[in-house]
Design a protein around this ligand. Structure first.
Ligand SMILES: *Cc1c(COP(=O)(O)O)cnc(C)c1O
Length: 395
């Protein structure tokens, strides 16, 4: 085998690059995988090097070969100048925001954002004199009307991970560029395989790699990928906050990434099959899935995304707790639990009517979010249909 140059690597498909990147078999004595490097202390060869911090690695928190391997693979996947590893997806969102905001700044935050990100804005950023305005996910170029002289960042999440509105990212980026505002996006649903935010001019792309990259519901991890202009600030803020994730967890995510294209393809195809079947079921009032024309922002999904992942929501033809509980409790293949992106299917009820502030969410029935795992679509659909029939009986 001969070494693939970076230029050659750039011509490869994502599936291939996720296999060939993040290895150094020569340095690893021929072993295929880079092992978890455990360590805080890194010793220097002599006093002069020690004083000058001159070493490939200086201290465990600042990096090790396992962490570098993940950052290399991740930056290629996102088309980024560099990436950092965070101890959770939530901490990746907060660290990214802290890297581009200071006291007195104004932030534009999408109303459909992941709730803990909203909590960080309301509970922490306000304490440090940073004001947040929530905006309608469908605002597009209209966001310009909300820009103030001190607006420093616009945060997007597309699609929203409960309500699935797809944002017009290029329109928002164009406004941001005109006013020299930094743009950030939570890209957890799509991953770099289905949507590459930096190719659309976004500065910082965040991912709860807890979900699809890990893929097995056994790790919490967040990734921040940034372009050349923003990476130094992200890296410095990450370092100053003292963030670190243990090498065993990083190892598991590197392992997960090798098979992510296959998992995502299967989970995405099965989710769409199930979504379409449920759309025709009279016991389901609405299906919220970006690949269906009824989804807000479907046109942007068609224009910008390479495909859909395996998370979507349904609105049941149900108006009482008893009906929803009967549906959920009768499912045999769907666990009830938060998080998603793993190999096992999940169903969770949700209601975001209370905490939305810029828009109203009126689904017209009880909403349930479905994570489609790697079981067969036929088995999953039969389970859901049986649950709906049980629900109908308690009306
Ligand atoms: C899960 C999730 C996060 C947070 O990830 P954790 O690893 O659970 O902290 C952030 N954004 C979105 C969209 C998520 O679904």
């Amino acid at each position: 085998m001969s070494i693939i140059s970076n230029e050659e690597k750039n011509l490869l498909d994502d599936e291939t690059r996720l296999i060939v990147s993040g290895h150094n078999t020569k340095e690893m004595l021929g072993f295929v995988n880079i092992p978890p490097f455990r360590g805080s202390t890194v010793v220097y060869a002599n006093a002069a090097d020690c004083l000058a911090h001159r070493n490939r690695y200086t201290y465990g928190r600042r990096g090790n070969p396992t962490m570098d391997a993940l950052n290399e693979v991740w930056s290629e996947l996102e088309g980024a100048a560099g990436s950092v590893v965070c101890p959770s997806g939530a901490s990746a969102c907060t660290t990214a925001l802290l890297s581009c905001l200071k006291a007195g700044d104004h932030l534009l935050m999408v109303d459909s954002v992941y709730r803990p990100t909203r909590a960080f804005c309301d509970n922490i950023l306000t304490r440090y004199g940073i004001e947040t305005t929530y905006y309608d996910p469908m605002i597009g170029a209209g966001i310009e009307a909300l820009v103030r002289p001190n607006t420093r960042a616009i945060f997007m999440e597309s699609p929203g991970s409960q309500t699935f509105e797809v944002q017009d990212v290029p329109a928002i980026v164009a406004v941001a560029k005109k006013h020299s505002i930094t743009t950030l996006i939570d890209n957890t649903w799509a991953t770099g395989l289905l949507f590459r935010p930096l190719d659309h001019g976004v500065d910082i792309s965040i991912n709860a790699a807890t979900k699809y990259p890990s893929g097995h519901s056994d790790v919490l991890i967040g990734m921040i990928a940034a372009n050349k202009a923003l990476f130094p600030a992200v890296k410095a803020t990450h370092g100053d906050l003292g963030l670190y994730l243990g090498p065993d967890d990083i190892f598991l995510v590197l392992r997960g990434l090798r098979t992510m294209p296959l998992r995502l393809r299967e989970q995405g195809a099965n989710a769409l099959k199930i979504a379409k079947a449920l759309e025709g079921n009279p016991l389901v009032r609405r299906v919220l899935h970006p690949a269906l024309p009824s989804c807000p922002g479907h046109a942007f999904f068609k224009r910008d995304f390479k495909g859909a992942s395996g998370l979507f929501a349904i609105v049941l033809a149900a108006d009482t707790d008893k009906e929803v509980e009967t549906f959920l409790d009768s499912l045999k293949l769907f666990g009830m639990g938060y998080s998603w992106g793993g190999y096992e299917s999940l169903a969770v009820p949700f209601d975001c009517t209370e905490y939305r502030s810029a828009t109203e969410f009126r689904p017209g029935g009880r909403a349930v979010r479905l994570n489609i795992g790697l079981e067969s679509a036929k088995d999953l659909l039969a389970d859901l249909e049986a649950g709906l029939k049980a629900m109908e009986k308690v009306r």
